[in-house]
Design a protein around this ligand. Sequence first.
Ligand code: NAP
Length: 277
Amino acid sequence: MASSKTLLITGVSSGFGRALAQEALAVGHKVVGTVRSADAKREFESLSPGAAWGCVLDVTDFDSIDGVVADIEASVGPIDVLVNNAGYGHEGIMEESPLAEMRRQFDVNVFGAVAMMKAVLPSMRERRRGHILNITSMGGYITMPGIAYYCGSKFALEGISEALGKEVKPFGIAVTAVAPGSFRTDWAGRSMMRTPRSIADYDDMFNPVREAREEKSGRQLGDPSKAARAMLAAIAADHPPAHLLLGSDALGLVRDKLSALNAEFDAWEAITVSTDG
Ligand code: NAP
């Protein structure tokens, strides 16, 4: 078995967070998992008493994050790996979706993750080791109509992860942005925030997208336990990747996006370079 580490994973009540916690515990790691209720904390700790610690935290409770992380470090020990997994999908046509819903999406998926990173970095820097995994999405590379706020939040987290990785590499800290395709979690079910429809002009384009996502929920291609094992492989690596796609759907769609982007850059190259000098 790889050496035992202490993982702090946000959002271990279901989906990727729960699967990663279970797979990590199974191979002998310690896991501190954040949840949002006392019941969920008790249920999580019962998975592996003495190796699984629950911690009640909403990642948008920014003012309490430093204290929560300090308490974990004092009681459980230094955090070797932070996994920023907590997040949700906002679905809604941009013109129909209030700005408050965008703020909430970015508070959870971006600001919460950044606040967690800022809380663990002092100790990781002092110890000259550590690994941060940020669960982004293939929606951090590709976009689809109806999830503009979600894609925006995941593009933001991809960019922040990549830049942070360059800042902390000299201190022995790795940052990996993990971008899954479609997986069988609660993401498109109980967790998704769907803006009600209000502008009929978008019906033809968007109604089938919303229906297809609802219909496919629970039957997606990806297995969260296999994603968890893939993340554990990245955690065990001497040189973890800055970017890790999970799922053949993510790989195909992101490769197509990169090719299309290159083709468009090529088509407009003369105009692009015309601005020099
Ligand atoms: P999930 O089963 O709905 O799990 C989401 C987890 O995040 C839950 O534990 C939830 O806690 C927690 N959470 C949500 N908002 C939170 C907040 N404000 N503070 C603290 N915890 C919060 O869905 P999932 O698919 O595993 O989602 C995990 C991550 O994967 C998300 O960042 C998501 O965007 C990303 N992702 C998912 C897919 C996919 O196809 N499933 C693909 C790409 C990326 P509660 O139980 O208390 O709500």
